[in-house]
Design a protein around this ligand. Structure first.
Ligand code: NAP
Ligand code: G3P
Length: 483
């Protein structure tokens, strides 16, 4: 099944139906964040090879677009079957490559299969519309516009390290269902897991050239891909820093982006403390906080803050720390640079007077879960995205203060509001400048058919299965002029 994609520990790229090595012979070693062991090597593809891969998609996708929707859907269902069959094998690689707790890693693969199945069925329900001229102008009575949806062409899909299977498929599957071809640039740390996903698509029957891959460091090959004349649309998920850079150089290119976040959990005084603490801890510390939708700050009414912090502490103390194969929630961060950044934010906060409730312990790229209380708005952690296992608690005295601090963030991905008062919940939710507000639940992307979007520095455009298909297709109007 997967033997085609690897030779002597070196993973190849899929180009026009063949798994190929780079002629540059330049390889990138992928070491596990868990123990530094070698997971494998991936090709550092050259720009000339990227040209071949992109050209291959451009010349191949129309064959795919001309297949019936049900034929395309059948290939996606077969892909899902394969992922389900190999979910444990791919999950094990994921756990090793990005230090995601093994159970969560397997779930990432099975969730992806579910995503792909739903996409296949959603694609069958995509419809156009028919418009009559005289609904606008009596003189246009002889005109009928028949509007269908068309693929955009070559979709450049770029995914982040933290969901290298799911957030790759969340671009690729809807793109394929809309009749596009895909040039896929996986995250370098996560590329090995992602290439297994691509192999599953190929085994399921995606025709040669309809999905081609280009592995290589985004900082080296990224700009070339972004500005390539044969790319018709960019679907990017990653950091705000890279997203803003891409937006600057992409010119007229249609783009959809899911970027960073600083999701706030706003907690009012009437909450169920146990349930709220449970949600906040899961939201903040799953996969060591390396989720865009992680709870990255708590804005809690001062009068219940001590009680809530106590409940949070109780739960955080019980979090398992260590190896992802041993069921640990808190596992080593993706690399030393990430760990150093999180440590910087913790040190800054404590220096400026934040109260350490627990944590602030580090062993190389393994950071112990950290809760900081009495965080003030002059501290970096109040505003910056740690992407690590740290939770700042900011005490507020009113709903208006909570809304003001929440909206001052440059980010606008999601927020949670915890209260038993539905009127207050809706009042706050409608004031928050974010893509999604969760009422009495942790911030999270799923279910995957819901719209998922960020505003401000958290992105542009909307994903979520139906929305992604729409974003990677366009209307075409054919006007019949009756005599
Ligand atoms: P990243 O460093 O921005 O990388 C994301 C992807 O972009 C990777 O495939 C990367 O390749 C590639 N890339 C880097 N520089 C590029 C360039 N100049 N041109 C084109 N592509 C380039 O993000 P990450 O570290 O993988 O993920 C963590 C960040 O993503 C966090 O900020 C998180 O909030 C955000 N994120 C957001 C969402 C969401 O749905 N909103 C989901 C997940 C993650 P390399 O791997 O080779 O560098
Ligand atoms: O960071 C990945 C983002 O898509 C979060 O997904 O399902 O963990 O909320 P989820």
């Amino acid at each position: 099944m997967f033997s085609d994609i690897i030779k002597n520990g070196e993973y190849k790229n899929l180009v026009n139906g063949k798994w190929v090595e780079s002629s540059s012979k330049e390889l990138i070693s992928i070491s596990s964040p868990v123990d530094g062991s070698l997971v494998g090597k991936v090709q550092a593809m050259s720009m000339e090879e990227a040209d071949i891969a992109i050209h291959g998609v451009k010349t191949s996708y129309r064959v795919w677009a001309e297949k019936s929707i049900s034929e395309r859907a059948a290939v996606l269902h077969k892909t899902a079957d394969i992922l389900e069959e190999y979910s444990k094998q791919i999950g094990k690689i994921l756990a090793w490559e990005i230090a995601k707790e093994y159970g969560s890693a397997v779930t990432e693969v099975t969730r992806t299969a579910e995503f792909i199945r739903f996409t296949a069925e959603q694609g069958k329900r995509m419809q156009g519309e028919t418009l009559y001229g005289d609904s606008f102008d009596e003189k246009a009575k002889n005109k009928i516009s028949i509007v269908t949806r068309e693929p955009l062409g070559v979709i450049l899909a770029i995914a982040p390290f933290n969901y290298p299977v799911n957030l790759s498929a969340s671009k690729i599957a809807p793109a394929l269902m809309a009749g596009n071809g895909v040039l896929f640039k996986p995250p370098t740390q996560g590329a090995i897991s992602a290439l297994h996903l691509i192999r599953a698509f190929q085994m399921a029957g995606v025709p040669d050239g309809v999905i081609n891959t280009v592995t290589g460091r985004g900082s080296i090959i990224g700009d070339y891909l972004i500005t390539h004349k044969d790319v018709d649309m960019i679907n990017f998920t990653g950091s705000t820093e890279v997203g803003k850079h891409i937006a600057k150089i992409a010119g007229m290119m249609p783009i959809i982006m899911e970027l960073g976040g600083k999701d706030a959990a706003i907690v009012l005084e009437d909450v169920d403390l146990e349930d709220t603490a449970e949600n906040i801890v899961k939201g903040a510390f799953s996969y060591s906080g390396q989720r865009c939708t992680a709870v990255k700050r708590v804005l809690v009414m001062d009068e219940i803050a001590d009680s809530l912090v106590g409940k949070i502490k109780e739960r955080v103390e019980k979090l398992k720390v260590g190896n992802p194969m041993d069921g640990a929630t808190i596992t080593p961060l993706i690399d030393d640079r990430a760990a150093e950044f999180v440590q910087e934010l913790i040190d800054d906060a404590i220096t400026k007077g934040a109260i350490l409730i627990l944590g602030n312990k580090r062993e190389k790229n393994l950071l112990y879960p950290t809760v900081l209380d009495q965080v003030k708005i002059d501290m970096r952690i109040a505003w910056e995205e740690p992407f690590g296992p740290v939770l700042p608690v900011i005490r507020v005295k009113s709903i208006e203060e909570a809304i003001s601090i929440a909206n001052r963030s440059e980010y606008g991905l999601q927020s949670s509001v915890f209260t038993k008062n539905i009127d207050k919940a809706f009042y706050i939710a409608r004031k928050l400048e974010v893509g999604t507000v969760q009422i009495n639940n942790k911030t999270e992307r799923g279910p995957d058919h819901f719209p998922f979007l960020g505003v401000k520095s958290s992105g542009m455009g909307t994903q979520g299965i139906k929305y992604s298909i729409e974003a990677m297709s366009r209307p075409k109007a054919i006007v019949i002029n009756l005599k």
